[in-house]
Design a protein around this ligand. Structure first.
Ligand SMILES: [Zn+2]
Length: 306
């Protein structure tokens, strides 16, 4: 099979405070929905392995990685910022979520897979070089990019981020790395209020107002992303797949639907076919309405399979 789904039951070890929207039920809902819709039988399923220390060290500041490990509690919760907490199993889950994208990139670049969707958590795109924030500890999509660039033949990659929040962590990590094109569409003004206008020819920011719907979203993506990708000619496309731009999402205020996630994934597939031999590795970011998240992830995976 050309397309793989990466998951792991131990993502569930990461549970922050009671009622926190970034909860184990998110990935459980996705997997359950994939099972009941028959999607699970259409993809290769793989259990993720922990990320290698080398891949993490290529992505984050060593002192930050050490301090995170030092903070990890044996019991209870340790707050890292107002809404990001470490539970005893959090770093194990984070290691597995980052390990999924690392392995997916290696398999795709070896030609063993064409595409992968890593339905992991915790998410990653807010995690900066030396800072955990916004439910994120390790920047999974950045680990993917650094892993790809460590391959001999890979000189340029692109990260396409359609989460409703800006990918500040990804921009922070690649601010001085023109070999990584970072395109991020996001609600503005909105969390996280940093890095959303960091200048750079390889940094493409697409701020959009609350209540942005399908037409305006698609117009902006076509205007900003297509020429940027065509200029950059990436050899691998990486996706920060956040589904909190869905109209039912309790955190985001966009008005997108499953159809828009089918559309944007189809666009990414066609860009990958034109520039990157069809190669895509996608990783889950946000999405906090369980039903909308599961159906949007289905739309995304179906379009990756098409
Ligand atoms: Zn988000």
């Amino acid at each position: 099979m050309d397309v793989a789904l990466f998951s792991h039951p131990k993502y569930d070890l990461h549970r922050m405070s009671e009622g926190h929207p970034e909860c184990p039920e998110r990935t459980q809902a996705i997997l359950k929905h994939f099972r009941t819709t028959g999607l699970l039988e259409m993809v290769a399923t793989r259990e993720s392995r922990p990320v290698t220390p080398e891949a993490l060290a290529r992505t984050h500041q060593p002192a930050y990685l050490r301090s995170l490990a030092d903070c990890a509690p044996a019991s209870g919760l340790v707050p890292i910022d107002a809404d990001t907490l470490l539970a005893p199993g959090s770093l194990q889950a984070a290691n597995l979520a980052a390990g999924a994208v690392e392995e997916a990139v290696d398999l795709v670049l070896k030609g063993d897979l064409k595409r992968a969707f890593c339905a992991g958590r915790p998410p990653g795109h807010h995690a900066e070089f030396a800072d955990a924030m916004g439910f994120c500890f390790f920047n999974n999509v950045a680990v993917a990019a650094r892993t790809a660039l460590a391959h001999r033949d890979i000189e340029r990659v692109a990260i396409l981020d359609f989460d409703v929040h800006h990918g500040n962590g990804t921009v922070d990590i690649f601010e001085k790395s023109p070999e990584v094109l970072v395109c991020s569409s996001f609600q503005h003004p909105f969390y996280p209020h940093r890095h959303f206008d960091t200048p750079g020819e390889h940094l493409v920011h697409t701020p959009l107002p609350a209540r942005t719907g399908s037409r305006a979203f698609r117009r902006a993506i076509e205007r900003d992303w297509i020429p940027a990708v065509e200029r950059h000619r990436p050899q691998l496309l990486l996706v920060s797949a956040g589904f909190d731009a869905h109209t039912r999402d309790p955190l985001g205020q966009f008005d997108l639907t499953e159809d828009d996630f089918t559309w944007i994934t189809g666009l990414i597939v066609s860009l990958a076919n034109d520039h990157a031999a069809g190669r895509i590795v996608s990783t889950l970011e946000g999405g906090y309405h369980l039903g909308a998240l599961a159906r949007s992830a289905e739309a995304h995976l179906r379009a990756l399979l098409a």
